[in-house]
Ligand binder design. Structure first.
Ligand SMILES: [Zn+2]
Length: 94
């Protein structure tokens, strides 16, 4: 695995555990609700992070989900969970 991808992976894992911790602190009123006290935006972030980690496992990390082109390392460094390249992200509503 490339060094830069490892960095991206670390960043994703760190953010994920931080979000999970926040969910645990905010005791959920409904125990089976794994989301706990996370806001909608946090949940979306958690989903995006999981999806990015899955793409890493599948060897598809860094590829744009719309045009199939490379997302670009600079963009992935800033937003490791990005699904689209810069061009497509302006075209696709999240
Ligand atoms: Zn694209």
């Amino acid at each position: 695995m490339d060094v830069w991808m490892n960095e991206a992976r670390e960043a994703l894992l760190q953010r994920r555990s931080r979000l999970r911790r926040r969910a645990d602190q905010d005791k959920p009123r409904v125990p089976q609700d794994a989301a706990g006290g996370l806001s909608k935006g946090d949940l979306q972030e958690l989903c995006d992070i999981d999806a990015a980690l899955e793409r890493m496992k599948a060897g598809e990390f860094g590829r744009c989900a719309r045009c199939g082109g490379p997302i670009g390392r600079h963009r992935l460094r800033a937003i490791p969970e990005a699904r689209y390249c810069l061009t497509c992200s302006g075209l696709v509503a999240r």
